[in-house]
Write a protein that binds this ligand. Structure first.
Ligand SMILES: Cc1cc2nc3c(=O)[nH]c(=O)nc-3n(C[C@H](O)[C@H](O)[C@H](O)COP(=O)(O)OP(=O)(O)OC[C@H]3O[C@@H](n4cnc5c(N)ncnc54)[C@H](O)[C@@H]3O)c2cc1C
Length: 207
């Protein structure tokens, strides 16, 4: 099971996966609590397209504060081991300006913390959940493109079905590796590390 997020291209270079890791900036705010407009039973998870094609999103108050971020606003990164983790104050100001147009109470609230994370983007913004085309005993699962976390339980079920050979409870065809034209590349020969491709039983029967 390869569930290595932005590191996936390093694990399966032969697939030439068109993945672009993206650096994201997140911040946690401490708006006033009397009244607490951001309490979990009052405030929904929210997302707002505050400019055409640009969205800011956030979550109600948890013990860590009220989290907010600009969706897909980060720079592409080349190496997940050495990207710019520090948050620039200008990036926080940009987030505050984006929040200011529709949640001024949050935009003007004290910033408790900030952090970066990685989104692992595919060209169609969908997951990759599939067997390796040449090594069917290897499952690739890279729930990504910035919405993987919300689907974690469903992705876990899909992973379990693939690993145990059970019939999948979900149609996984939208998440196939082959949609990027990668399968052909994988079958052309052994990897640089000498691993020899195998073929699925169904393919052997038909050849
Ligand atoms: C503060 C923060 C807030 C976030 N908020 C959200 C959010 O609101 N919504 C959302 O969808 N996503 C959010 N994300 C992003 C979210 O973390 C990712 O979308 C999600 O974790 C991706 O899951 P993954 O399992 O594919 O990859 P990852 O969580 O990146 O896990 C990959 C793991 O593989 C390990 N690994 C890599 N190479 C190897 C190797 N060779 N051997 C062994 N292990 C290896 C890595 O160390 C890592 O632990 C946030 C991230 C952070 C840090």
């Amino acid at each position: 099971m390869l569930a290595v997020g932005s590191w996936i291209t390093r694990q399966v270079p032969e697939l030439n996966l068109p993945i672009v890791p993206e650096r994201q900036v997140l911040a946690w705010f401490d708006p006033p609590t009397a009244p607490d407009d951001f309490a979990v039973d009052t405030c929904p998870v929210f997302i707002c397209e505050h400019q055409l094609g640009r969205s800011v999103y956030g979550f109600p108050r948890l013990t860590t504060g009220v989290k907010a971020s600009i969706f897909h606003d980060g720079e592409p990164i080349a190496d997940p081991d050495s990207y710019r983790r520090a948050v620039d104050p200008a990036e926080i100001r940009q987030l505050q300006e984006s929040l200011g147009s529709f949640i001024p109470a949050l935009a003007h609230a004290p910033v408790r913390a900030s952090m970066t994370c990685l989104f692992t983007n595919t060209p169609d913004a969908r997951f990759i959940i599939d067997r390796h085309p040449a090594f069917p005993q290897v499952v690739i699962s890279s729930p990504c493109s910035g919405h993987g976390f919300k689907f974690a339980s469903a992705v876990g079920e899909a992973n379990a079905d693939l690993v145990t050979g059970a019939t999948s409870r979900t149609d996984l065809s939208p998440f196939a590796v082959g949609r990027f034209g990668a399968a052909t590349v994988a079958r052309e020969g052994p990897r640089a590390d000498g691993l020899v491709p195998q073929h699925r039983d169904s393919e052997r029967d038909s050849s």
